[in-house]
Design a protein around this ligand. Structure first.
Ligand code: HEC
Length: 373
């Protein structure tokens, strides 16, 4: 195992609390120290610096849609980046038309700010105003929003007023707040016929939609909400995960044991869903192809495509891929009604494990221009 990766991924967030000025002083300190230490230590320090060179603007990573992309190797081209930002891996969170019709607490459309209020980064290439790491897939008018790797594994930092993008870095995003707000927004819509009416009009694109269409939509939204809300109520801990953290493993176990293997019609076993109260920091990815094990507790064996795929399948189920395994005689059919996009996952794993991101940390020392304070 490459221990610099292990060393620089502490379970608890180290105590660097301070104001913006203190944050900005950190990189200089790191650079000076880097000159005096060996390579492994250097990388460790770099990552620690990277983690804390953030402005103190709560969850925001800087909303600049045209950041300076740090050099992450020759293979990490603009096309590779665009692919990383939007490749469908099979996640199916919620219908795009529903998300577009939902409102925030302040009455603004849910997607008004492209989810930047949770720290997600703008992706100007996305025509639906979805941020980096979110994609809409499926036929026109029936598109479903899903998440992909880059939503959680992309970092943006601000140094001396300049905004830098680090692909594969740990996201500074508040997934807990997004999940809770989405649950609340849909709950508000189905609270009464009068609250459902404007939502139905927007989704069905008619001021006077057909009553049967409204009833049909209502059934679909109720079905979605029953599963989503049950998971949220049981899994989301009261205290929240905090910005830049997520109990991914807890959520994946909840998802599979609680949402997928129960009896029809809803397939749930609610009592299997437990509080996901062990949030971890989003890891950076450029070392992962070289590690013997992955995940913070080191439980996932690593080293070949199948092991990578297994990890990613767990991950995509955790971010709401459709998965309805069915017993058929002596066997269980895991593939029927499974939205996991195996080609997409392989492509994403290739992107991440290609030489591009792997060469990242060495190059990233260019991040701070000479004389940076
Ligand atoms: C919803 C956020 C989210 C998404 C989407 C996501 N990840 Fe992760 N990923 C995490 C978190 C959190 C962890 C750490 C989990 C743990 O160890 O408990 C992690 C762990 C990993 C690791 C292990 C790294 C290490 O050093 O141990 C790899 C590799 C990885 N993810 C790759 C991917 C790839 C490839 C994709 C897309 C196919 C992806 N992730 C999608 C949040 C996410």
């Amino acid at each position: 195992m490459i221990d610099d990766q292990a060393t620089c991924k502490p379970k608890g967030e180290p105590k660097f609390a301070g104001n913006g000025a203190e944050f900005r002083r950190t990189p200089l300190l790191a650079i000076l120290t880097m000159e005096a230490v060996g390579h492994t230590m250097l990388r460790t320090l770099f990552i620690i610096a990277l983690t804390f060179v953030v402005t103190t603007r709560s969850s925001a990573q800087g909303t600049d849609a045209n950041p300076i992309y740090v050099d992450q190797g020759m293979d990490w081209t603009a096309a590779a980046r665009a692919d990383f930002y939007s490749r469908d891996q099979g996640s199916r969170l919620i219908a795009l038309s529903w998300m577009q019709a939902l409102k925030q607490k302040n009455g603004q459309p849910f997607l008004a700010d492209g989810l930047s209020r949770y720290g997600y980064l703008p992706n100007p290439a996305n025509t639906a105003n979805l941020p980096v790491g979110f994609h809409a897939s499926g036929p026109q008018d029936f598109q479903v929003v899903g998440m992909t790797c880059s939503a959680c594994h992309t970092r943006q930092i601000e140094v001396d007023g300049k905004v830098y993008r680090v692909d594969g870095g740990p996201g500074l995003v508040d997934f807990y707040a997004l999940l809770g707000d989405l649950d609340k927004a849909v709950g508000d819509v189905i609270a009464s016929d009068s609250s459902f009416a404007p939502f139905a009009a927007a989704v069905l694109r008619s001021t006077t939609p057909d009553a049967a269409d409204v009833a049909d939509l209502r059934r679909q939204v109720d079905g979605w909400y029953l599963r989503f809300h049950t998971l949220m109520v049981r899994a989301l801990p009261k205290s929240g995960w905090g910005v830049g953290r997520l109990d991914a493993v807890g959520m994946i176990f909840n998802r599979i044991s609680g949402l997928d293997i129960g009896p029809p019609p809803d397939f749930m076993i609610p009592e299997n869903m437990k509080n996901a109260d062990a949030p971890v920091r989003y890891p950076f990815l450029w070392n992962s192809p070289r590690q013997d094990k992955t995940q913070w507790p080191g439980f996932a064996k690593n080293g070949n495509d199948i092991l990578g795929l297994a990890r990613n399948v767990g991950e995509v189920l955790g971010v709401f891929a459709t998965f309805e395994p069915k017993r058929q005689g002596a066997i269980i059919n895991f593939l029927d009604n499974n939205s996991t996009n195996f080609d997409g996952l392989s492509e994403l794993e290739n992107l991440v494990s290609g030489s591009a991101l792997r060469n990242g940390p060495g190059r990233l020392t260019l991040l701070w221009p000479p004389g940076a304070k």
